[in-house]
Design a protein around this ligand. Structure first.
Ligand code: ATP
Length: 256
């Protein structure tokens, strides 16, 4: 079995505080992995380790076969990363943003021209090439940011809360694009606080207080807890750990 992500007993401490505690999981190539957890549970810290931005305190991980500590450059080249802030240059046009990212990732000029065309089509940005990113509405910006993250044809796409602040129609379009990327063999790691979105992932990991509480195919998790949906599963897990009554995921997001 070839894995896009292999995580073995990964931990990260900040001083005496353990942000990520001994987590292990593998993601098969081409799968959509929903990495879920309330604020401060350790998602971004895990992602930062997987992208080679911070080193683990202990444990190891490989991304597309490359060690996150020893092969940091190769890891970065193989990842497309999109944050909830979208990281666009608002005073550059759609085309100029794509040019900028193609230079950052050293995409050869002739390849970049073709790639830009493909991405503009994929992101439904035709006709907007000369528009300034700052003038685009949320959904357009989101799809442009996705295009920028894919300019170097990464085989792993990491999306950190990609649909925050985006209208429901754009969210649906965005997920159609994500599903089509997965069908093309691209592996996707996505964090989201929208439990309905999470249900369209193939595999779910639930992290709480730095511990990976569950990791399994989405349908298996729902069946295991005899739950109606992922929100109910999460509530059960958190109530078991905290011995506090939790009414909704939204409430849990802000649990201390
Ligand atoms: N550089 C750091 N120094 C100290 N503590 C940190 C650092 N980075 C993160 N933490 C702490 O580690 C914990 C996990 O944070 P992390 O950002 O990974 O959570 P998260 O699940 O991504 O949350 P969110 O959904 O809000 O982004 C938090 O308590 C956070 O305050």
């Amino acid at each position: 079995m070839e894995y896009a992500i292999e995580v073995n007993n990964l931990s990260k401490k900040f001083g005496a505080f353990t942000a990520v505690n001994d987590i292990s999981f593998n993601i098969e190539k081409g799968k959509i992995f929903g990495f879920l957890g309330p604020n401060g549970s350790g998602k971004s810290t895990t992602i930062r380790m997987l992208c080679g931005v911070i080193s683990p305190t202990s444990g190891s991980a490989k991304v597309m076969g490359y060690d996150i500590v020893k092969d940091t450059e190769l890891v970065r080249k193989n990842i497309g990363y999109m944050s909830q802030k979208f990281s666009l240059y608002e005073d550059l046009t759609v085309e100029q943003n794509l040019n900028f990212y193609s230079q950052i990732y050293s995409v050869p000029k002739e390849i970049a021209i073709e790639r830009k065309k493909e991405l503009i089509t994929m992101a439904n940005l035709e006709g907007k090439e000369k528009s300034y990113a700052g003038t685009l509405s949320g959904g357009w910006k989101q799809r442009l940011a996705l295009g920028c993250a894919l300019i170097h044809k990464p085989q792993l796409l990491i999306l950190d809360e990609p649909t925050g602040g985006v209208d429901p129609v754009s969210r649906r379009t965005f997920w159609e694009i994500i599903n089509s990327l997965s069908r093309q063999g691209i592996t996707v790691l996505v964090t989201t606080h929208y439990m309905d979105e999470a249900e369209s992932c193939d595999v779910i990991g639930m992290i709480f207080n730095g511990e990976l509480m569950e990791f399994a195919p989405t349908n298996d998790i729902i069946a295991k807890y005899n739950a109606n949906n992922l929100e109910d599963v999460f509530i059960t897990i958190v109530e078991n750990v905290t011995h506090k009554k939790v009414n909704s995921y939204k409430e849990m997001k802000f649990l201390e």
